[in-house]
Design a protein around this ligand. Sequence first.
Ligand SMILES: [Cu+2]
Length: 158
Amino acid sequence: MLHKTSARLALAAALLLSGLAHAQVGVQGAWVRATVPQQKATGAFMLLTSAQDARLVSASSPVAAVVEIHEMKMEGDVMKMRAVPTLDLPAGKTVELKPGGYHIMLLDLKQPVAAGGTVPLTLVFEGKDGRRQPLELQAPVRALGAPAGHDAHGGHRH
Ligand SMILES: [Cu+2]
């Protein structure tokens, strides 16, 4: 059994080293907004903190046919939402994805997203060296009383 243990330790060390060479991104407080009947889109929100300069380049989920990175901001008096190709994660800075700001948009939902469940998400980060690394997580689904903002967004397509 001893040789097995040392092999496992060696593997763990190798994984650790390869991890250090990549952008390491921490995810905190991820959640997905529950949908109401007929709703075909929803948002995922979280805090992202990368140890080194990196960016979020794509996301996917088995519950949605299309997943995009979105930005919401005021333009004059109007709250506008648009897809952005990437989201910059400056080293050591926590970037907040939240309602009314950046979010991950789940479009063409294949099934309702019910409160109390979880949604699998795969995020792909790219480090300064151009290397990409996927990160998988399970985001709990939460219902929010007023789905502010995303109501206006329901039918949009790119
Ligand atoms: Cu959106």
